[in-house]
Design a protein. Structure first.
Length: 120
């Protein structure tokens, strides 16, 4: 089990607005905002962004589980409306590790983010 994830972002305010919008349809909320760090989760913060003016996205992907297809679509739309860039629109996906229905978006710094609902 992953304990937490931290991403460096160049604009803390802009990235925080993006993740607020992206994560709200998934039931996540902002739990922490302190000293250049913002954290989200359901019961406690497990995903954090920290301000780093030199931050650049390299390789990798952060994936958030959604409770259903409607939440995947809502997260995609909210993320695009708050500074994200579309990679792959919501739809059926058969990639390694992905659920059966996913959307892929880049955050304002170019970090790849997936929102998915599994096929269990």
């Amino acid at each position: 089990m992953i304990h937490h994830v931290v991403l460096g972002v160049s604009d803390l305010e802009g990235s925080s607005a993006f993740y607020d919008a992206l994560l709200a349809p998934l039931g996540w909320r902002r739990h922490l905002e302190d000293n250049g760090v913002v954290g989200w989760g359901i019961a406690k913060p497990v995903f954090f962004v920290t301000e780093d003016p030199s931050a650049t996205a390299t390789h990798g992907l952060v994936c958030f589980s959604a409770p259903g297809i409607a939440a995947v679509k809502a997260a995609w739309e909210s993320g695009l409306a708050h500074g994200g860039s579309g990679i792959d629109a919501p739809g059926e996906v058969r990639r390694t590790g992905s659920g059966s229905y996913s959307a892929f978006i880049s955050d304002p710094d170019g970090h790849s983010v997936e929102v998915t609902v599994g096929s269990d």
